[in-house]
Design a protein around this ligand. Sequence first.
Ligand code: KG4
Ligand code: ZN
Length: 347
Amino acid sequence: MTAPRPILGIETSCDETAAAVVDADGHILSSIVFSQTVHAAHGGVVPELASREHAGRLPAIVADALAAARVDWSDLSGIAVTAGPGLVGCLLVGVAYARAAARARGIPLVPVNHLEGHAHTPAMTDPAIIYPHLVLIASGGHSSLVIVEAPGVYRRLGRTRDDAAGEALDKVGKILGFAYPAGPEIDRAGEAGDPFAVGFPKARFTGQGYDFSFSGVKTAAALDWADRIKGRKPSLRREDWIASFERAVVEALSDNLFRAADDFSIKTAGLAGGVARNRRLRRTVAAWAEQTGRRAVIPSPDLCADNAAMIAAVGVYHWTPDLSVAASVDAVPNWELGLPFPLVRTP
Ligand code: KG4
Ligand code: ZN
């Protein structure tokens, strides 16, 4: 069943406080995202600070999203909220708010998996997208490769065995002196550099899997940078070094995507997640599609980063009129993509 009227989406799983309204066709009517800045000085997201920021800002952000969409609470067919995966204290703020609002307004509540939100953004970008298609989800917390068989039906091919792609960018960026998150700075510096100046190692797994690993390239980069600083290796232009590291991360992601497209004969590949804002990754995937006669669906940078529009849009097709669901919606920090809510709880 799909929602008959607009859905309000709420996203508080990490360090973006977001609310959005989509209509019954999943079209975005409004999308408000507040990216928390308190973490920049700490070199990473501080969970306690993030939860407090969410709690302080969410009510006003919801009000702004409704006003911008020119939608009133009484026009909504329900509320969709990110229930996991994410930081438990952060998720709880969104879930508690959404449960209370749904109860107060007498409307259904839909728990949404954050990764499903990301995985749905190529379909939001191209509503005529062909199923099955591949989606590469690359963010600060996750790197996954999935086949989307139909809306809401996923087959996970691979995931990271250690760090997420964004985490590797952020950690190496920290060594370079960039504030958190370093991904955008690496993108900027990398545009001006020679990506072939340094050959960083790529993780290779035996067997046919599509898993990722970024801790090897992260450590190799950290050691290489220390060697250059201390004069044990020839010094390089900073932007060349950054472009080379960026290329290593981008190729680790795109190589798996391209191999899966070949292996499964899938013609359409989408990108999702904050790292999909990266220009080298976007260019690499677009060029591959062009050269191989495939279709690349690359969402706008705003839709790649954490937002509530993707949560609301997933809420449209998981909506049910059942008002009793709201009472059982809880934060599920390790909710696996593709598993139904709430059969995902681990002790
Ligand atoms: O999806 P997202 O907004 O939040 C999570 O769910 O994690 O992704 C955030 C990640 C961070 O690691 C950030 O450094 C990275 O996305 N990122 C980028 C770019 N913009 C954000 N990485 C590379 N290039 C960018 N332009
Ligand atoms: Zn995300």
